[in-house]
Design a binder for this molecule. Structure first.
Ligand code: SF4
Ligand code: SF4
Length: 102
């Protein structure tokens, strides 16, 4: 059997995110996760696009305007403004957000 061109690990290692985030597509699955890293602050936010329903609770609740909706899905272009309050994780109705500090 032919090896798949990209393993999840490979993609994780390959990604070097900035404020535009990086999409991670595990082999053969439908899951699509957009990952943002704050190099300055040392944490990561992942948004699972399969779970995000785009209602914008994260946008509304974040006190520092980290999030915005792009094409009906959440994005976190301003991750460096995050104060690690975890309100976004708690507010998301579909558990689409993973924050390494929360
Ligand atoms: S943890 Fe708080 S400050 Fe950081 S993105 Fe979530 S709501 Fe915004
Ligand atoms: S709160 Fe959750 S479901 Fe709603 S837009 Fe944000 S990430 Fe998507």
């Amino acid at each position: 059997m032919k090896a798949r061109p990209h393993s999840v690990d490979t993609l994780h290692k390959a990604r070097k995110t900035n404020n535009s985030g990086t999409r991670i597509r595990p082999n053969g699955g439908n899951l699509t996760v957009k990952k943002y890293e704050s190099d300055a602050l040392g944490f990561t936010i992942e948004i699972d696009y399969d779970k995000c329903i785009g209602a914008g609770e994260c946008v509304d609740v974040c006190p520092t305007e980290v999030y915005e909706l792009v094409d009906g899905k959440s994005a976190a272009p301003n991750i460096d403004e995050c104060i690690e309050c975890c309100a976004c994780v708690e507010a998301c109705p579909t558990q689409a957000i993973k924050h390494t500090s929360c």
